[in-house]
Write a protein that binds this ligand. Sequence first.
Ligand code: ADP
Ligand code: MG
Length: 246
Amino acid sequence: MSVIVELHGVTKDYPAAREVVHALRSVDLTVEQGTLVAVHGRSGSGKTTLLNVIGGLDRADSGEALVCGLDLFRASDRELAELRRTRVAFVFQAFGLLPVLSAAENIEVPLRLQGMRRDARAGRVAELLDLVGLAPRAAHRPSELSGGEQQRVAIARSLAASPSLLIADEPTGQLDSRTGAEIMALIHRVVAERDVAAIVATHDVSIIDVAHSHVELRDGAIVHTEVVHAAPVVSAPADWARRDPD
Ligand code: ADP
Ligand code: MG
């Protein structure tokens, strides 16, 4: 099994008016292909900073960081942009869909940017809509979808470019607990079926039990790591696509 993320002693400070904020303190983390890692901790504990560093959106100050084979401390800005474009998928709390486009068109955006031909795009979009159980909602705009459905479209879009690593920052933060659990189950299934790695940040500990391992951040430091040996295999509800919007 290959290692997708390897961090050693990763540190990041934010200068502030009064005192420096130690957003990350000597963080060690390994994430293997085909595993789902949950990062939890209270607001301000450093989850977003950690995810942004791993995804090449932000740079750390010191340590060692290898993501999809790229040394983040040696990488140029251009190499980081390439990492984000081709290897890393991002999913955020506020789904981030384009409101004037349908579900299918939103998923198609990254494929257009990639220069994929129209006929190939159509097949790929259909496959991704199927993956997230939204084929019957293909023509709906985001405003015509429930929060859970919008997040499923966002996950499908994030996977369009065939990434190796899915990074989700509080993906269930705007959803009720049942829908949040469904989104975690979907991410779990994507990890198993697509053989990607996923890192999910959350302050809600009730949804982390589908992860293969979880780490707890406190004041920028990992204070607890737990490997869940028997992570339950969860599947999408059979009535997924037919259920009324919540
Ligand atoms: P979380 O995602 O767990 O809520 P963050 O990673 O957003 O935590 O923040 C960690 C700490 O770093 C907090 O104390 C936050 O105020 C601080 N921080 C985050 N981003 C910045 C920034 N751009 N400038 C200054 N301080 C920041
Ligand atoms: Mg955050």
